[in-house]
Design a protein around this ligand. Structure first.
Ligand SMILES: *[C@@H]1O[C@H](CO)[C@@H](O)[C@H](O)[C@H]1NC(C)=O
Ligand SMILES: *[C@@H]1O[C@H](CO)[C@@H](O)[C@H](O)[C@H]1NC(C)=O
Length: 357
C-alpha cells in the first residue's frame, strides 16, 4: 500500500505573539505555576532517585487496577492507551494526548506510590551509537536489558532477542492484559528486542535537529511521530524518532496498542515531549500552536468507535482518558508551565525540562 504524504500549509498562524505584548495586553491566564518540577535525563538522577522511580513503577504493578479488565494500577494506563490507540496516533492530537498521559502517570506515581521526583526522560540520541550499552538498560539502577533469545521473533533488523526481559526490576513482572487490540485477560512477561539498526537510522543527533527545524506544528508533529506507512521495513527511511525509539527497543514497545507494557514507554514519550517543549520555546509564536487533522491520516490502527469529527485539532478540542483521569482540553496542556491562551481555562501543568533551563 502506498504511503500518503501530507504536506501541511507553510503558513504559520500566530495565535499569540508574546513578544509584542504591551502593558495594556492582559497576560495569558496562568495556573499559578511558580515552582515547576524539573524533568531530568535518567542518567543525571542519583542512584536513590532512580531507585525511587523504579520502585514507584513496581508499586503501580502491585496495586489493584480500577478500570475494566485490569488487575494492576499499572495496567489501567496500559489499557487506556490500548483502547484509545486508533484515536491518538497519526493525527493532530498525538503530542498533546501523550503529554497528558505521561503527566497523569507522573501524578499517580507521586500520589499513590511515593515517588518524589518529576517524570524522567531518556534522551535516546546520547545512546544512538551503541543502543544496547545505554546506562538506561544496564547496571543495578536501570530498566534492565534485552529480552531473552527467541527464534520466533527473529525478523529483518531484529537479529537475536524478542523474549521476556531477563534482568533488572521488571524481569519477572506479569502483565494481565492481551497484546494488540485484545483487552481480555492474559498472563505474559514484558518483552524486548533491541535493534541497533533503528537507533542508527532514527535516533542520531541529526534527526533531532531535523525535526526541530520544522516550522509548522503539523509538519513538526508528523515528522517527530513517524510518517504513516504499512511496508515499514522497506520504507524505514520514513520513520520518525517516535517510531524509531519504539522499534529500537523492540518487543512490546513495537505493539502500537500495548507498548505501555514496557515502563520505558514513559521515558521515551517524556523525551518526545521535551522535544516538543524545545520546539515551542524556540519561537514565542509557537507557544499555543496546535493543529493537524482530528481524523487519523491512516486507518492502520483501526477505526474509531464513532465517526471522527471533521476538521483540525484546536485548543478547545477535548481529549479523553477513558476514565483514567479527567477529560482535558488541548489548551490546558499546551504549555508545560501552565500558561493558557486568553479565553481558555487555565493550564494544568507545572514542569520544565532541565535542558531548556
Ligand atoms: C469490560 O471489558 C469487556 C472485555 O474487554 C467487555 O466485554 C465489557 O463490555 C466491558 N465492560 C464495560 C462496563 O465496559
Ligand atoms: C486543517 O489544517 C490544514 C493544514 O494547516 C488546512 O489546510 C485545512 O484547511 C484545515 N482544515 C480546517 C477544516 O480548518
Amino acid at each position: 500500500m502506498k504511503f500518503v504524504r501530507v504536506f501541511a500549509s507553510l503558513c504559520v498562524v500566530a495565535i499569540a505573539t508574546l513578544t509584542s505584548a504591551s502593558p495594556a495586553t492582559a497576560p495569558p491566564p496562568h495556573n499559578g505555576c511558580k515552582n515547576p518540577t524539573i524533568r531530568r535525563e535518567w542518567r543525571t538522577l542519583s542512584n536513590s532517585q532512580k531507585n525511587n522511580y523504579l520502585n514507584a513503577v513496581k508499586c503501580l504493578m502491585r496495586n489493584d487496577g480500577r478500570l475494566n479488565g485490569t488487575v494492576t494500577r499499572y495496567e489501567d494506563f496500559l489499557t487506556t492507551h490500548q483502547r484509545l490507540t486508533s484515536q491518538i496516533h497519526f493525527n493532530g492530537v498525538f503530542l498533546p494526548w501523550h503529554r497528558l498521559f505521561v503527566h497523569t502517570m507522573e501524578k499517580i506515581l507521586i500520589e499513590e506510590c511515593g515517588y518524589r521526583g518529576a517524570m524522567p526522560y531518556w534522551d535516546m540520541k546520547r545512546d544512538a551509537a551503541d543502543f544496547a550499552a545505554s546506562p538506561v538498560l544496564n547496571g543495578p539502577f536501570s530498566f534492565g536489558g534485552n529480552g531473552a533469545p527467541n527464534p520466533d521473533e527473529v525478523a529483518p533488523y531484529y537479529p537475536s532477542a524478542g523474549g521476556p526481559i531477563m534482568r533488572g526490576p521488571f524481569a519477572n513482572e506479569i502483565i494481565h492484559i492481551g497484546v494488540g487490540t485484545d483487552t481480555g485477560p492474559a498472563r505474559r512477561r514484558i518483552k524486548r528486542n533491541i535493534a541497533q539498526f533503528f537507533a542508527d537510522m532514527w535516533l542520531r543527533p541529526e534527526r533531532e535537529a531535523q525535526v526541530l527545524a520544522e516550522t509548522d506544528f503539523d509538519s513538526f508533529s508528523l515528522i517527530l511521530e513517524g510518517r504513516v506507512q504499512l511496508d515499514f521495513v522497506l520504507n524505514s527511511d520514513q520513520w520518525g524518532m517516535h517510531a524509531g525509539g519504539h522499534r529500537a527497543i523492540g518487543g512490546d514497545m513495537v505493539d502500537a496498542w500495548t507498548s505501555p507494557s514496557d515502563p520505558l514507554f514513559y521515558m521515551h514519550h517524556s523525551n518526545l515531549d521535551r522535544i516538543w517543549a524545545t520546539w515551542q520555546k524556540a519561537n514565542p509564536e509557537r507557544q499555543f500552536l496546535v493543529g493537524g487533522p482530528i481524523k487519523p491520516r491512516s486507518p492502520l490502527l483501526g477505526p474509531w468507535p464513532y465517526p471522527p469529527p471533521p476538521g483540525n485539532v484546536t485548543l478547545g478540542y477535548v481529549m479523553t482518558l477513558n476514565g483514567l483521569g479527567p477529560d482535558t482540553a488541548v489548551g490546558r496542556v499546551v504549555d508545560t508551565m501552565g500558561k493558557a491562551p486568553a479565553g481558555s481555562p487555565s493550564g494544568i501543568l507545572c514542569y520544565q525540562y532541565d535542558s531548556l533551563l
